[in-house]
Each structure stands twice: as structure tokens, then as C-alpha cells.
Design a protein around this ligand. Structure first.
Ligand code: MN
Length: 228
């Protein structure tokens, strides 16, 4: 045993459909990856390069568990997203080889303190406290590629209290999974255990305590959490 001076932190992990746990190293998130969402946020989707930010691995909320309404916000938003689970790491991965690095997929909700994010944008400051706060990443069980394939098309949607708020298709992503992996791996060495939230379609909105969020991606799975 290493001579740690405090107890080492617990390993973050996501349950796998059918059994087992996927250990999580880092969570990367792509922003404004659907054209209509970029327009909703006041940007030109044709002129923006990929935007990447991070959440801590322990921001995950396991499927079915409550998501506590966070402190320091009055505008908590949902963003339903396809999640990529990296099984084989690498740097400068070619888009043509990128899918061979994927272990599987999941469905995540990028919870966002929209008011803090907007203030950070306006001030030219980092987004961290708008995006990477505690319990900001509810996630479904993960499915291996052997079960899901590599979804590039299919409905992605989210409902609040049974009413559909977001509904789009994975084929509307500006940067697909191969291009996203190629881009990210040009910036950092991707490692086994990394998750990539791939961006959300239009229709994001605010929730309040008591709301039930249910999201899904066709062929991948579904995620469910209540704001508590
Ligand atoms: Mn997002």
C-alpha cells in the first residue's frame, strides 16, 4: 500500500447494463454541438470550433438517484447528451481510427447553473462553477459497443414530468463521435475510463425541486433522476 497521508478518494464508476462497473477517470464535455442549440445560445454554428470543458469524475449521479438542487443558482438547466466511454487511450487519434477506442455508450444529463455560466461568459471567465459542480452529471447505465454499435443516428430526447422538452437526432451533431475523439486527443492523451459528453440539442430549460427528468438515446438507453 502506498503511504497515503489521508484515505485515497473513492474510484468513480458507472454501472454497466448486464453487470459490472466502468471506472471513470475524467469527464470531458463538448459544448454547442448541435446547430439549433448553438443558435439558441446566440452563436453561429457554422463558425464556432469545438468547445470543450470538463466536470470532475465524481460529479456523476447514478441512474435513478436524486439530483440535489445545487447552491448558488436560480436557473438550473438540463442538457440531454450521448456519452462516449473510452476503453483504449491515445493521442492524436485519427478520426478514421477513433471508434476503435470506444468501449461503449451511455446517456447523460449535463446539468448547468445557467446563470453562473452566463455571468462567466460575459466576464470572459472559466465555466467551471457553472458546469462542473457536485452531482452535475446524471448518467444511465453504460452499454458496450457489442450491444449498442456506434450510434450516429437516432432519437435523443428528454422529458420533464412527462412532457417532452428536447427531441432531436444524433445525426444533427456538428462534430460526430470520431471527429470529437480526434479533436480531444489532439489536446490531451485520452485514457481508458474517460467519458465524453457530446453536446445537447435545442430545447434546454430550467427545472425546479421535485421535477422528474427522463432522457433517452435510441439504441443506447435511458436516464432518470428527480431534482431533490
Ligand atoms: Mn452540454
Amino acid at each position: 500500500m502506498p503511504d497515503y497521508v489521508i484515505a485515497p478518494p473513492a474510484q468513480a464508476a458507472v454501472p454497466v447494463a448486464g453487470g459490472g462497473l466502468f471506472p471513470v477517470r475524467r469527464i470531458f464535455c463538448v459544448g454547442q454541438n448541435y446547430a439549433d442549440l448553438a443558435r439558441e445560445m446566440g452563436n453561429d454554428p457554422d463558425r464556432e470550433p469545438p468547445l470543450v470543458f470538463s466536470k470532475p469524475a465524481d460529479a456523476l449521479v447514478i441512474n435513478g438517484a436524486d439530483t440535489p438542487y445545487p447552491s448558488q443558482t436560480a436557473n438550473l438547466h438540463f442538457e440531454i447528451e450521448l456519452v462516449v466511454a473510452i476503453g483504449i487511450g491515445g493521442s492524436n487519434i485519427a478520426a478514421a481510427d477513433a471508434l476503435s477506442h470506444v468501449w461503449g455508450y451511455g446517456v447523460g444529463i449535463d446539468m448547468t447553473r445557467r446563470d453562473l455560466q452566463a455571468a462567466a461568459k460575459k466576464a470572459g471567465r472559466p465555466w467551471d462553477m457553472g458546469k462542473g459542480f457536485d452531482k452535475s452529471a446524471p448518467i444511465s447505465e453504460l452499454v458496450p459497443v457489442s450491444r449498442s454499435g456506434h450510434p450516429a443516428t437516432g432519437i435523443i430526447e428528454l422529458a420533464v414530468n412527462g412532457a417532452t422538452k428536447q427531441r432531436s437526432d444524433l445525426n444533427k451533431m456538428i462534430w460526430g463521435v470520431p471527429e470529437t475523439i480526434a479533436f480531444l486527443s489532439s489536446l490531451v492523451a485520452l485514457q481508458p475510463g474517460d467519458l465524453i459528453f457530446t453536446g445537447t440539442p435545442e430545447g434546454v430549460g430550467a427545472v425546479v425541486t421535485g421535477d422528474l427528468l427522463e432522457g433517452s438515446v435510441a439504441g443506447v438507453g435511458s436516464v432518470r433522476t428527480r431534482i431533490a
